[in-house]
Design a protein. Sequence first.
Length: 259
Amino acid sequence: MSKVVVKDSVIFITGANRKKGIGRALVREAIKRRAKKVYATARDISQLDDLVAQYPGVVVPLCLDVTKKEEIDQVAKQASDTQILINNSGFAGSSGACFNYSEVAARQELEVNYFGSLNLIRAFCKTLIKNKNGAIANIVSIGGLAALPIVATYCASKAAAHFLTLSVRAELMQYGVSVFGVYPGPIDTDMAEDVNFEKETPANVAIQVFDGIENGIEDITPDSFANNIAQNLRSDPKAVEKKFADYAHKMPEDFLNGA
């Protein structure tokens, strides 16, 4: 794996709209590490105004809905100097598979968490090869490695993103493009405000992500919960499966009756 250098690099980060989100924390951490330019995306570009004002000439806002391939192709042309692509956009619909299933949520999870990343990688891969110091980091989830029944379809979409990461890593290795998978546990973001776990801060996640990228750690677990699960998956994956399955027995009756 080629060494990836963040300093003086051009970075493209999706999903930077949330005030309390991993994407925004990644933008700030990239700038702390003296990235030359950071493309930050959101569906509503006005949500990036504060970042642009705080980092004039460094943060370049781009309007992007990752479920729309034509928009992806357009921003890829605009950001043709990109060296590091970070697929951070994500969607969680809290859909079960047998109970409380939502086909709308399940399809949206796949569109954002899998097809969005896939289409961005396809749009940028030749650019990353050409520009050198190339890297891709996919913000997956520990739920892509171990399934929680209460968010079954989300975990399925993240499992797809995990195997996409492995496949892309194999395809681009010969071209000197490094590919990283990031597997966070519960993070204190707007999207996870109802998750009843101890949570890591987005700022600390961003530090771990860029430390992992610069140190060539292909599989990055940026918090203690994810680290613990990843270690247990290596030693006793069935125990993790059973532990996570126990959450199904703790679901409220109104959830189980929402089939």
